[in-house]
Design a protein around this ligand. Sequence first.
Ligand code: CA
Ligand code: CA
Length: 437
Amino acid sequence: MVILADGTYSGDGNRDLDFLGKPITLRSQNGPELCIIDCQGSETEPHRGIHFHSGEDVESMVVGITITNGYEQMGGAIFCEWMGFTLKNCILDNNSATGGGGGMFIYGGSPLIQDCIIRNNVSHNYEGGGIWLRCAYPTFNRCEFVNNISHTCGGGISMQDRSEPIFLNCLFQGNNAMQAGGSMWIWDRSAPILKGCLFTENSARGGADLSITQNEKCVVLENCLLHHNVSESVGGAIAASSSKGGILLTNCTICDNSQLIGAVYANEMTSYDITNCILWGNKIGEEINQNSQIYCVNLPPEYAESRWQYITVNHTCIQGWTGEIGGEENFGDDPLFADPNSGDYRLLPGSSCIDTGINDPAGWIPVTDFLDNPRPLDGNNDGLAITDRGILESWPSSNEDPFILVSRSQVNFYANQNGSAPPRFSPFPSGTEALLR
Ligand SMILES: [Ca+2]
Ligand SMILES: [Ca+2]
C-alpha cells in the first residue's frame, strides 16, 4: 500500500506509472479533490498517469486520486493493455488523446471502475472522449461521465471488438460527439448491459445518447432514464442502424429529447424489443407525435414485410400512439409525470402506467426499479402486484398501515409519523444524487 499525502504530484516519477504486475494499492490520504497527479502532458511531450501492461489484475488498485492533464496518443490518463485493475473514487479530469480514449483506453482486460468521475476529457480525431473500449470487459459501478467530447464518435465512451461492459447506476451528462453517440458509440459485436443509468443533456449529430452501428450482439438497457438530450439528426436518445443483435429496452423512460425524427430510431433491419417503457414528450421541433417518439425506416419489400417487422413493442406508453406498430397492451395515455421539466419522472396517482406493465418473463423484468426499490408493487391497491411502465415503481397509493419493502440491497420500514400518512414516495433527488444514494 502506498498512501499519498495531500498535494499535486507532477514531473518524472509521478507520471507514466507502471505497477509492474504487483498487487499494490495506490491511495490518497484524503480523497481525490486533495490528491492530484498532474501529468503535464502535451502534443510535443506526451505523458499519462498510469500504464497497466505488466500482468496486473484487480488487486492492483488506485483509490481516491485525480489524474489530470494527461496527453497521449491513446488513453490520456490511463492505458490498460489486456490487464485488470481496480479504480475507486478517482477522477479523470481534463485529459486528452489523439488516437482514442481521452481519459482512458482499455484494450483488452476486465477492470473494475467504481465511484469514479470521468469528466472534461477529449478525444481528438478518434473515438471515445471519456473512454475507449476494445475487446474489453470492464464493470462501471456508480460512475459519472460528464462533459467529455469526441471529435468523432462516442463522447462519453466508445466500444467495439466484442467489448462487453457492464454499467450499473452510472450517469452520462453533457457529453458530446461531433458525429455519432453523444454518450456512447456501440459498434461491431459489442454487448453492453446498462442498468439504472441516467442520460441527460448529451448531444451528437446522430444518436444523442446511444449510437449503435453494425452491431451483431444484443444491447441491454433496463431501468434507464434518457431525458433532455439533443440530436441534430435522428435519435434524440438512441439511433441504431444495421444492428441485428438487437436492443432490449425494459422499464426505460425516454422523454423530452429533441431530434429530426425518432427519439428511438431504427434503420436497416435493426431489431428492438421494447417492454414496460414510456416514450413521451420527445420532439421534432415543437411537433410531438408517434414519429418523434419512435421511428423506423421503411425497408424494401425484399427485406421486410412491413416497416415494423423487427420492432417489438409491448406494455409500453408511446405518445401519439397510432396502433400501427402492433404489439400488446400499448397506449398513448398521458403518464402523468410529477415534474418532467426538473427530471422528476415519478408517476402521479391515477396514471395509466401504474400496474399496467407485464411481470413476465421472470428473470427479464427487473426486480428493483431505478431507485432500487422493489418491483413489482401493487400500486393501485387491487391486491395484484403488477410492474409499472417506466423506470419507477409507484408505491401503494392509500396504505395507512406500516409496511416493509424489501429489495436486493435494502429493507425499508414505513410507518405513520405523528398520525400523518406514510410518505407515498421517497424524495426523488435530481442529478447524480439520485444515482449515488
Ligand atoms: Ca406496480
Ligand atoms: Ca395492482
